[in-house]
Design a protein around this ligand. Structure first.
Ligand SMILES: NC(=O)c1ccc[n+]([C@@H]2O[C@H](COP(=O)([O-])OP(=O)(O)OC[C@H]3O[C@@H](n4cnc5c(N)ncnc54)[C@H](O)[C@@H]3O)[C@@H](O)[C@H]2O)c1
Ligand SMILES: NC(=O)c1ccc[n+]([C@@H]2O[C@H](COP(=O)([O-])OP(=O)(O)OC[C@H]3O[C@@H](n4cnc5c(N)ncnc54)[C@H](O)[C@@H]3O)[C@@H](O)[C@H]2O)c1
Lengths: 194, 194
């Protein structure tokens, strides 16, 4: 996907499975098999048309549809996410905000009225949200994630620095700035030795 | 590095360049060359001792030392970063916070007194900070990054959804939650089809 985006910018109209294989470290035949399984077809000798291939990839990755997400935790991280315009641009819609602090419940933040945690099942049923964003202190993350899964979400974005133990049928992705900082430390070290 | 961490957990004591090559998609001979350049030595027929190799890798990636960073922007993201314990654990030390809003300058946040932007050169000289974290609105990100680089930082962590144009000698890493959300959308889609 990243390899295609990079190539798409070079005005070339087609790409073949060998080039894709090299860019992603996957064998040529495997690329053809994977692409066939998502319905992408190439022409022998010419390859895959890049714009169509991007479409097929995005659709197969579930990126074509809008995803509804509920946010739990209206603290620093929660408020930064509510004010972040890029989500809506990418098809992610924050449909509700919940928190347990009485001083926060009922306040209006970025167009949402903060709901109490007792409303989580109602909110998920009413909005049809499939994703939950956990932006609470580490000690609360597991309980909150379980409440979200119990109420029906199928994917959890976890900001708390604490691994979650959830059922195998739920996707969990952790956000960890430390990995990004490590990458920065590495790149800064490399730049110095150039 | 990730491949090693995974293997390190399997109680094996050694790993050879062929296995490392397979795990990271790099040719066997290239692995040996790269590792030699960071001073890691393997024994013929036995391979590299995993704990020593991890040490060498971390040192070469600049992860052995502490990194000092200054934070610009004491808003939502800034405050969340100041309260985040994992940075210090990983050897990243937030040594100063700066902001331009008069209502924020002079306040105490997580043990730091917020400094005005006019103090950026002083602060970087006094603390010896090498990294700068940009947590300001998108329209301000470029100016703030240039001020940080001009004052001497050599790596920038950018939270604003706006690409920065900085000198090639400066490392820039952007934090973008949207990539993480895309990964979550993809994994949630995959889990459903299992
Ligand atoms: N991933 C990263 O790199 C990174 C960086 C910074 C912060 N964090 C983490 O993000 C999380 C949020 O940080 P923050 O600065 O926004 O914290 P915060 O304290 O500002 O906000 C937490 C919010 O969660 C609410 N809350 C607490 N327990 C709850 C519960 N059981 N149910 C519902 N709401 C509850 C609180 O009322 C508060 O509004 C923390 O776990 C923090 O460690 C992660
Ligand atoms: N990377 C992501 O996925 C993600 C997610 C959420 C927010 N963000 C981005 O992070 C940035 C910060 O978000 P936030 O919610 O903390 O914003 P915020 O408005 O709460 O805070 C911004 C702070 O920057 C200060 N500031 C503005 N201009 C400045 C300047 N020229 N010099 C010094 N300080 C200045 C303001 O006074 C304020 O305190 C924004 O660019 C936002 O789009 C990114």
């Amino acid at each position: 996907m990243r390899a295609l985006q990079a190539r798409g910018e070079t005005e070339r109209s087609h790409i073949n499975s060998r080039e894709l294989g090299e860019a992603s470290g996957v064998a040529d035949a495997q690329v053809r098999k994977d692409l066939a399984s998502i319905g992408a077809t190439g022409q022998p000798g010419v390859g895959y048309a890049i714009p169509e291939l991007m479409e097929d990839l995005r659709a197969s990755m579930g990126l074509h549809r809008t995803w509804k997400a509920v946010l739990v935790g209206a603290g620093n991280i929660g408020r930064a996410l509510l004010a972040y315009p890029r989500f809506a641009e990418e098809g992610f819609d924050l449909v509700a905000v919940l928190d347990r602090a009485p001083s926060v419940v009922g306040r209006k933040l970025a167009g949402h009225t903060v709901q109490p945690m007792s409303a989580v099942a109602d909110v998920i049923r009413r909005t049809g949200a499939e994703l939950g964003i956990v932006a609470v202190p580490p000690s609360e993350a597991q309980i909150v994630a379980e409440m979200l899964v119990h109420a029906g979400v199928r994917g959890v974005l976890n900001f708390a620095p604490r691994p979650l133990r959830l059922s195998g049928s739920v996707a969990v992705v952790a956000v960890d700035f430390t990995e990004t900082l490590e990458r920065l430390a590495f790149e800064t070290t490399m730049k110095r030795s150039l």
